[in-house]
Design a protein. Structure first.
Length: 283
């Protein structure tokens, strides 16, 4: 069943008037955020608090995931000045924790891994006290690309499995086993690395499938987990099959903690970078 009408617990309001300061800064520095590109429902809350998840390597993706609002077209080459501009934004916003992500760039030999590393280095140089979290694509499983990311020494490295294996048709070009292998390899390359993954719920998955994915993530050494409600960006995207009640998110949080995740952020409005600094409090 495809559901359109949102329940009462999913009525967060977006106030564009509250975005002016952040959008002015982003425009001045020519930076993208996943907040804007993915039409995140938390954008007003985060922009008002001077928080943003920076989208490096452009705003165009080389894959055709049916749940995502990021533009699908041929991307431009990496901008060598972008890492420095991200670092400047971190300083000007006085961020104690920053999340960096990107579209998938299968057109690049390393998938953009070096650009991630350069961005981490620029932030470290400009704001040494800021903790840095990366949310990376799968780099087509390239160990060399994952090594480049690990060598940059971010504080947290995230890679989202997004959904259960049965529904991976929504992730064109992705593979569940490869995503688990990415998380496993990160821990093999750096056993002390804190890794993170996330799932969207309401796509048509069963409770048993979600619990199995959570167990798979722990087996892969994943440290942190986010669970949130899928909201279709438009009628042309994959439809919502269920609005998951808040109390089920609460139960899944408790289950995740019992499995050994160091932190589980679980709720209807949770996204990968929502309340991201709270994950970083665990060492």
């Amino acid at each position: 069943m495809n559901i359109v009408r949102k329940p009462e617990w999913l009525q967060k309001r977006i106030n564009p008037a509250a975005h002016a300061e952040m959008e002015g800064l982003l425009g001045e520095l020519r930076l993208h955020t996943v907040c804007q590109e993915a039409r995140c429902p938390n954008i007003t809350e985060c922009f008002r608090e001077r928080q943003a998840t920076f989208l490096i390597l452009g705003a165009d993706c080389t894959r055709l995931c049916s749940f995502c609002n990021v533009t699908k077209k041929t991307p431009l080459p990496p901008d060598p000045g972008e890492p420095g501009r991200v670092a400047e934004a971190v300083v000007r916003l006085a961020l104690s924790h920053v999340v960096i992500t990107s579209p998938t760039r299968d057109d690049l030999p390393d998938g953009g891994a070096r650009h991630y590393a350069e961005t981490v280095a620029a932030i470290r140089n400009a704001s040494p006290a800021t903790t840095v979290e990366l949310l990376i694509p799968d780099f087509q499983g390239s160990v060399g690309s994952l090594q480049a990311v690990v060598d940059a020494s971010p504080d947290i490295i995230g890679h989202n499995v997004e959904t259960v294996p049965r529904l991976y048709l929504i992730r064109a070009g992705a593979d569940y086993g490869r995503s688990l292998a990415v998380l496993r390899t990160l821990k093999e390359l750096e056993p002390a690395a804190r890794t993170k993954s996330g799932l969207m719920l309401g796509l048509g998955e069963t409770q048993e499938e979600v619990l199995q994915v959570m167990a798979d993530l722990r087996e892969a050494g994943c440290s942190y987990l986010s669970l949130g409600q899928y909201l279709a960006p438009s009628r042309s995207h994959h439809p919502v099959h269920e609005f998951v009640r808040p109390e089920r998110f609460d139960r899944l949080r408790e289950k995740g903690l019992s499995l050994g995740f160091g932190h589980v952020e679980s709720g209807p409005y949770v996204r990968s970078s929502y309340h991201a600094a709270q994950y970083g409090e665990e060492k």
